[in-house]
Design a protein around this ligand. Structure first.
Ligand code: ATP
Ligand code: MG
Length: 564
């Protein structure tokens, strides 16, 4: 009997599954499914559901199906189907040959609908959508029976057949379950199970002009596939009685629906409908814009699938809604890349430095460590010469207290190289901007240590001007300025909290020559700055890097604390 994996964090769904296996509820079997609607790209919230469904199946040696819930042809597209498959695979999960579509079962669903009519449990209703709403009642008051509720079975069968044959206009008739218009649960007040929609479907084409509603299609698909545990988000809790009703009335195989709290992430929108708006209105460059919380956006940004899976494991599964701090997601990508990303030096905002006492035509190769966390990643050579670039931010002409980096008359260490001391500052005559520094170096400090034991307080990254490679770097910040982007006050919508500074592009960065020809998608730590990955926009001779996540910058923190 498969036992729960003791290394995995326990949660109530695992416990239910483990109990069911023990009690042999479904013959000791576990069979889950991930059921996306192909009406948008998957986001990090879906990753939680994917990890849960595929994870439970994996752990208990069961199976997990990928099922496209494609019951609304007006919003669904093949592009979305393809992207969903790519994303689930990229997360490391495999559905083998179990790729299904709700539309695979349209014929069987239709037969089940006929069965309900024959049992007197469903009827064709001629009320308009507006009237159905009015008859539905409120949370506090009961609804009213439709005047068509007691149509004879034969008439219902005939009308449903003609609905299917395309004899009636969109919205003119529906098939409804006959349950209870006075139920305390609005979902049980004779819900619509079929509607007329003369719209071509991405898989069934024009075969159908009536389509089943979600609640009807979902439980039937689960039942047909022999799903044991139908795991979904909390908003479906109130739909569970309906899920159970359909299966019980039809007397067919009955999976167990279990609800959990969806992922909410600070500074992030997790709703396909809203994400579509961001794409459609040009707030981002596409579904895979590195600022998007989509799996494809995170991937392009440089996230690894391991970091996302670790994050999903860590946030756990609960029954109550909560908001997860986006800093936790960032923590997991830092943790992962810290171990696996090679470190290199890159200067984002270059300031020219001339080492006055370094020979004109000399070029040295210095040894640099690729990753101190992993000696097996070895070392590389970094060229050093008389003209270098350092980071503009690493120099202050008039250094504030606590600023220990380069300043006139001050000595610092260049990583893997030498101690240098600033002896002169050249400025633009017009603007007063610092354009060049003159320094001297101490040849005895090669490798970064002084034989006389004198100390410096800062170590800077740098590149040698002649050999450096030019690159574009894209720095990202949260896409929204508000922790809860929907919290915008009366009359405004979530788009008003889009962060206008979520992307800063720097064109003329200089990176170590070892990066020339870096493969798209490869990831690096730029020393002292953060983790970066090569964007697909890169071309030969024109590297583009995305900042995946910054390192925590202590100086930026000090300045922030001082309110600067
Ligand atoms: P969205 O609100 O983004 O449109 P959805 O629920 O309509 O999401 P589906 O394609 O129906 O999108 O989702 C597929 C599965 O993923 C469902 O089982 C759904 O419950 C789950 N899911 C969607 N969003 C989240 C989330 N934020 N956290 C956890 N699971 C989610
Ligand atoms: Mg949904």
């Amino acid at each position: 009997m498969p036992e729960p994996d003791s290394a995995k964090p326990s949660h109530f769904i695992r416990n239910i599954v483990a109990e069911d296996i023990k009690a042999s509820t479904y013959g000791g079997k576990v069979h889950t499914r991930f059921p996306p609607e192909p009406n948008g790209y998957l986001h990090i919230g879906h990753a939680k559901s994917i990890c849960l469904n595929f994870g439970i199946a994996e752990e208990f040696r069961g199976l997990c199906n990928l099922r496209f819930d494609d019951t609304n042809p007006t919003k669904e597209e093949v592009e979305y189907v393809e992207s969903i498959k790519e994303d689930v695979k990229w997360l490391g999960y495999d559905w083998d040959n179990r790729q299904y579509y709700a539309s695979d079962y349209f014929e069987r669903m239709y037969e089940y609908a006929i069965e309900l009519i024959k049992q007197g449990k469903a009827y064709v209703c001629d009320l308009s959508p507006q009237e159905i709403k009015e008859y539905r009642g409120t949370l506090t008051g009961p609804g009213r029976d439709s005047p068509y509720r007691n149509r004879p079975v034969e008439e219902n069968l005939d009308l449903l057949r003609r609905m299917r044959a395309g004899e009636f206009e969109d919205g003119s008739r529906t098939l409804r379950a006959k349950i209870d218009m006075a139920s305390g649960n609005l979902n049980m007040r004779d819900p619509v199970i079929y509607r007329i929609l003369k719209s071509s479907h991405h898989r069934t084409g024009n075969t159908w002009c009536i389509y089943p509603m979600y609640d009807f299609a979902h439980c039937l698909s689960d039942s047909i596939e022999g799903i044991t545990h139908s795991i979904c988000t909390l908003e479906f809790e109130d739909h569970r009685p309906l899920y159970d009703w359909f299966l019980d009335e039809l007397g067919i195989y009955h999976p167990k629906q279990i609800e959990f709290a969806r992922l909410n992430l600070s500074f992030t929108i997790l709703s396909k409908r809203k994400l579509i708006e961001l794409v459609g209105h040009g707030y981002v460059t596409g579904w895979d814009d590195p600022r998007m919380p989509t799996i494809s956006g995170l991937r392009r940004r440089g996230y690894t699938c391991e970091s996302i899976r670790n994050f999903c494991d860590r946030i756990g599964v609960a029954k109550r809604d909560s908001m997860v701090d986006i800093a936790l997601l960032e923590y997991y990508i830092r943790e992962d890349l810290n171990k696996r990303a090679p470190r290199v030096m890159a200067v984002l905002r270059p300031l020219r430095v001339i080492i006055d006492n370094y020979p004109e035509n000399l070029e040295e190769e210095l040894d640099a460590i690729n990753n101190p966390e992993d000696p097996e990643m070895g070392t590389r050579k970094v060229p050093f010469s008389r003209v270098l670039y350092i980071e503009r931010d690493d120099f202050r002409e008039d250094p504030p207290k606590q600023f220990f980096r380069l300043a006139p008359g001050r000595e610092v260490r260049l990583r893997y190289a030498y101690f240098i001391k600033c002896v002169d500052v050249v400025k633009d005559e017009q603007t007063g901007e610092v354009i060049e520094l003159h320094c001297t170096y101490d040849p005895n400090t090669r490798g970064g240590d002084s034989p006389d034991g004198r100390r410096v307080k800062a170590t800077l990254h740098w590149v040698s001007a002649a050999q450096a490679v030019e690159a574009e770097v894209r720095l990202y910040d949260h896409l929204f300025t508000k922790q809860d982007p929907a919290d915008v006050g009366e009359g405004r919508d979530f788009k008003s909290s889009v962060n206008p500074n979520s992307l800063v592009t720097i064109k003329s960065c200089r990176v170590e020559p070892v990066l020339s020809g870096a493969a798209i998608g490869s990831r690096y730590q730029f020393e002292r700055q953060g983790y970066f990955s090569v964007d697909p926009d890169s071309r030969a001779g024109k590297l583009v890097f995305n900042r995946t996540v910054s390192l925590r910058d202590t100086w930026a923190k000090i300045e922030k604390a001082q309110g600067k």
